[in-house]
Design a protein around this ligand. Structure first.
Ligand SMILES: O=P(O)(O)OC[C@H]1O[C@](O)(CO)[C@@H](O)[C@@H]1O
Length: 245
């Protein structure tokens, strides 16, 4: 694992933006894997800025998001499609047909998972995948105990994940109980991975991810086995990782 320690959240976003910009400049037809959540918001803001300045273009870029809630349509402000549109897509020059998220409203959810997996394959797999880290070690919505060999699938959300994400909803009862997520095997198939982590709250989990046992109890620990993984974490997030605190 290549670990980059930065001061704080703005520095994490800046470093991530630098890496992605460099990647996009040397890979014109890049396939990007994108994440939602609070973590990549700063990064997206910076990418929008670079696009508006004409430093990078998304015209030939395809994107695949990690996950989507089941039961929320694109126009629901809590759907991940809506989030991505608000924070990135509507501000950049990406053609709509090159944007992909699982459809949480699909009639046949299993078919939707299989189709999504197929689309990723057809695109030649993800070139660069951005990841955030769940408090319980999840990546995408792969909750603890998700088998490492799973591809895109339907997942029942952990109560802790629903609680953590309840801040975006009117009440906990409105938080969906299920989602469609790229599987760990799908994520591990990405050529390059950048994991972003900020804040003291995630320090214990990050220490397990970097230095703990590789176990399905901590889904992100599998990243230790990826050949090209960069972790960009701030001082608070690394405060419990030996040698980095
Ligand atoms: O960035 P946040 O809001 O802390 O969320 C961390 C992770 O949790 C999720 O939002 C899912 O709960 C992921 O998409 C994200 O990577």
């Amino acid at each position: 694992m290549n670990i980059i320690k930065v001061k704080d959240y703005p520095a994490m976003s800046e470093k991530a933006c630098e890496i992605i910009t460099k990647h996009m400049k040397s890979n014109k037809r890049s396939v990007l894997g994108l994440a939602t959540g609070s973590t990549p918001e700063g990064l997206y803001e910076k990418l929008v800025h670079k696009n508006k300045q004409g430093e990078i273009t998304f015209q030939y870029t395809s994107t695949f998001n990690l996950d989507e809630y089941i039961g929320l349509d694109k126009n629901n402000p809590n759907s991940y499609y809506y989030f991505m549109n608000e924070h990135l897509f509507k501000h950049i020059d990406i053609p709509e047909k090159q944007i992909h998220l699982p459809n949480g409203m699909a009639k046949n959810k299993q078919q939707e998972c299989d189709n999504y997996e197929q689309l990723i394959k057809q695109a030649g797999n993800i070139d660069l995948q951005i990841l955030g880290l769940g408090l319980n070690g999840h990546i995408g919505f792969n909750e603890p105990k998700t088998p490492f060999d799973q591809r895109t699938h339907i997942i029942e959300l952990d109560e802790s994940t629903r609680q953590a994400n309840a801040r975006f909803f009117n009440s906990i009862d409105d938080v969906p109980t299920e989602a469609i997520t790229m599987g760990i095997a799908t994520i591990m198939g990405s050529k390059k991975i950048v994991l972003l982590v900020s804040g003291e709250k995630k320090a214990e989990t990050l220490a397990k991810v970097i230095q703990g046992e590789v176990t399905e109890d901590v889904p992100a620990s599998i990243l230790q086995k990826h050949a090209d993984i960069t972790v960009i974490a701030d001082e608070a997030a690394l405060s419990k990782t030996k040698g980095y605190n």
